[in-house]
Design a protein around this ligand. Structure first.
Ligand code: ZN
Ligand code: ZN
Ligand code: ZN
Length: 156
């Protein structure tokens, strides 16, 4: 009689719990898309590059079932497809940011560990004055300022 009760029209629509089960078993692709969107949104909405744990924390506010393994897997995909850029600062921590931000630099707070994007570039103006050896051509540069962010400086 199991099949008949399944077809019973008086049973009504499944409740939210049943919908979640259906979502997880038969619409895995759709669920992954929304987790991927949450991860992408967390990275895009940040004012600076984020470590994996920070991405998990922020993306979980949008999709609560998100786990760290999915974050790692998604970051690998986004990095390989060129949408997200991974950078490593002097603390050795890998952080992730949108790849289309253009040339910019970072401020790394030694107290809270957060990294902030700095708009523009002060180096380009002085690049021709930097004494590189004869025949060398500068193609790129990196610059990270270290110190205290406003919040940490105020509580120091
Ligand atoms: Zn700080
Ligand atoms: Zn940045
Ligand atoms: Zn620059």
């Amino acid at each position: 009689m199991h099949g008949q009760s399944f077809l019973n029209p008086r049973q009504g629509p499944p409740d939210d719990g049943a919908l979640v089960l259906v979502d997880e078993s038969s619409q895995v692709g759709e669920r992954r898309t929304s987790q991927r969107e949450a991860i992408t949104a967390a990275i895009r909405q940040s004012k600076g590059p984020l470590a994996v744990e920070e991405i998990l924390h922020r993306a979980r506010k949008m999709t609560r079932t998100l786990g760290i393994a999915t974050v790692y897997r998604t970051l690998k995909l986004l990095t390989e497809s060129g949408q997200v850029h991974a950078l490593t600062l002097s603390d050795g921590q890998i952080r992730y940011e949108a790849a289309d931000l253009g040339h910019h630099h970072h401020f790394h707070c030694r107290a809270c560990g957060r990294v902030f994007d700095l708009p523009g570039c002060p180096i380009k103006r002085i690049e021709q004055d930097i004494p590189v050896p004869e025949g060398f051509q500068i193609e790129d540069h990196e610059l990270t300022l270290n110190g205290l962010c406003a919040a940490c400086a105020a509580s120091d």
